[in-house]
Design a protein around this ligand. Sequence first.
Ligand SMILES: [Zn+2]
Length: 142
Amino acid sequence: MKIPDKVKVGGLEYRVVTTDILKKGESYAGEIDYMGCEIRLKPHESKQSQYQTFLHELCHALYVHCGYYDHDEREIESLSQALAMVIRDNPGLLGGGGDANPTCGKGIGISDEDLQYLMNRVAGAYKNYINLAGDIDAAKTS
Ligand SMILES: [Zn+2]
């Protein structure tokens, strides 16, 4: 899966740049700047790790788009991992399908719009699941 130069989330278009300089510091692989509409990725990582980091930062953008501002990093990470898995394991699921995929070699080629649609769907479903799980936990204890 190719990392796009830009990705639109709702009305915002985030530039995706590769840079060594992250405001968050040396130990991070990437970051998202909501005000500057920029997703920054460290260059030294493997293409696969970079793509995973891209999905992670994109999940942050989706959460903000959906009105969730308090992000649990573990939740974002598990969502982005699950999304990468679904994209990898279902070549052609979102249309496109014919393009070579340098990341995993499984022939996935999807448009930014399709990716955005999937991210929104997955984020919504995941959030509903978490809310439901919370309700069940609350029901058990009360
Ligand atoms: Zn994060």
